[in-house]
Design a protein around this ligand. Structure first.
Ligand code: ADP
Ligand code: ZN
Length: 215
């Protein structure tokens, strides 16, 4: 099954993606994680991408599409995968529909969360430097402050999780990514899930949306 999660920054795509992929035993492909890895590696592509990420803007399509293309060509993706953060604009969605991954996606799940809730969530978010796992200082703190429960590495606040950049990312989402809801609804691929429910409920909703994939 080839799935994409759609939703604004802070809607829980990363957290839900991880849970759902474990359940379904498919790889979780986060475009943001791929870009941050590239940035850490110091590659030319990574450094170029980082300038956009720090400002909360979309990284140019040719950089992102190349990364995704290489990733989905790997063997572990043969039986399916979950995309988190891709596509993020019309051009990327069209690439996906036209050959980037076989005959396109089987389903798109939108996780819906109101704007005030998004701002509150992103403000307290902490990310593991080692494995990318997400925490929240209030709602989902690690057992030991500043350390990842899973791998023990240090937690940090991403540069783009600061207030001004959060606003910019939400704006970019509204303008560029939100229109994809209609695009996928028209293709009959879209299912919507309430992202303000408890995390376990949201996971159930996402799994249910995937289960009925032939309806
Ligand atoms: P969030 O969804 O919380 O904003 P991500 O980790 O998905 O976090 O993305 C972080 C940043 O990475 C984005 O603000 C953007 O700059 C870049 N990025 C991620 N995915 C894409 C994409 N598909 N196209 C362009 N830029 C992207
Ligand atoms: Zn970790």
């Amino acid at each position: 099954m080839r799935v994409a999660l759609l939703g604004p920054p802070g809607c829980g795509k990363g957290t839900q993606g991880e849970i759902v992929c474990k359940q379904l035993a498919i790889p979780h492909i986060s475009s943001g994680d791929l870009l941050r890895q590239a940035a850490r590696s110091g590659s030319e592509l990574g450094l170029a991408a980082n300038e956009y990420m720090e400002r909360g803007q979309l990284v140019p399509d040719e950089l992102v599409i190349g990364l995704i293309k290489d990733r989905v060509a790997q063997q572990d993706c043969e039986a399916g995968f979950l995309l988190d953060g891709f596509p993020r604009n019309r051009e990327q969605a069209e690439k996906l529909a036209k050959g980037l991954v076989g005959d396109g996606l089987d389903r798109v799940v939108a996780i819906e969360v109101s704007e005030p809730a998004l701002v509150a969530r992103l403000g307290g978010r902490r990310t593991c430097k080692g494995c990318g796992r997400l925490y929240h200082v209030r709602w989902n703190p690690p057992k030991i402050e500043g350390r990842c429960d899973a791998c023990g590495a240090e937690l940090y606040t991403r540069d783009d999780d600061r207030e001004a950049t959060i606003r910019e990312r939400l704006e970019v989402y509204r303008q560029r990514t939100e229109p994809l809801m209609d695009f996928y609804a028209q293709m009959g691929l879209l299912r919507r899930v309430d992202g303000e429910a408890a995390p376990a409920e949201v996971s159930k909703g996402v799994l249910a949306a995937l289960d009925g994939r032939n309806d």
